[in-house]
Design a protein around this ligand. Sequence first.
Ligand code: 13P
Ligand code: SF4
Length: 302
Amino acid sequence: WAMYAEDIEAIQRLKREQDAVILAHNYMTPEVFHGVADIRGDSLALAREAQHVDAGTIVLAGVHFMAETAKLLNPAKRVLLPDLRSGCSLAESITPQDIAALRAQHPGAPVVTYVNTSATVKAASDICCTSGNAVQIIRSLGVDKVIMIPDQYLARNIAALTGVEVVTHPGACEVHERFTPLDIVQIREGHPGVTVLAHPECPPDVVAEADFAGSTADMQRYVETEHPVSVALITECSMSDNLAAQHPDLEFVRPCNLCPHMKRNTLGAIRTALETGGPEIDVDSAVAEPARHAIERMLAVR
Ligand code: 13P
Ligand code: SF4
């Protein structure tokens, strides 16, 4: 941590000077997550918390769609994303035209859009979901068929849990699609008694090999309520690093995969964002209102 001390101290000072708070996703590296973040969580928690930020500036230590969501939910605030290149393979996989084509093929089916999408795509949707609330969102609609985009694996995993017919799109998370069922078989062989928790962005055959599937916050809750002695988190690497810092007695089994987009949020990038006041995220006024509606409709489902 000595190598991070100067940046951490500078960021803490800049936050006070700039009336800023840092919202950090669970995939931030520990020096960001535990060193400078004010609010931490999964995509759902960060969206909920963004609504209630009083400070003038939000620094979103995460990816572009998370910064857009914060801006949509708290438009009076200045929202900074430390590196504009922090994208997401899911967000890049789909356009509003793809949604229009799906609606034409499946008339009447509501469009449930994963938050890992651009505001433009959200604006073309009926309601959003995250991996933490997808089952509740689908059930709240009370229909037997939905269009759930853009993550084909999340859609198939949620279809299996709800029994609702799900039409999807060939999007995937470049981090979670790399896991295979064999990875889990080998983890169990090498670590008898390990509990395997998989993110639902993983392919269904990977989820089928796991003991539990859920969002990053669900994984944290599982660890803190079920008290396993050894866990393998089938997700982005920093999730284990951050939980390990809070649970030194728990054994964390790797492998894991890195998200290159999340990893652009270095202390240096966060410090520069606070020093320069940019890059700032704004949402086109033509899409802001319908996109906000799709997110707020999601947040109203409890
Ligand atoms: P959650 O933290 O909502 O589970 O999302 C995982 C993810 O891949 C975010 O980009
Ligand atoms: Fe997108 Fe996957 Fe990275 Fe999350 S982990 S930002 S879903 S590419």
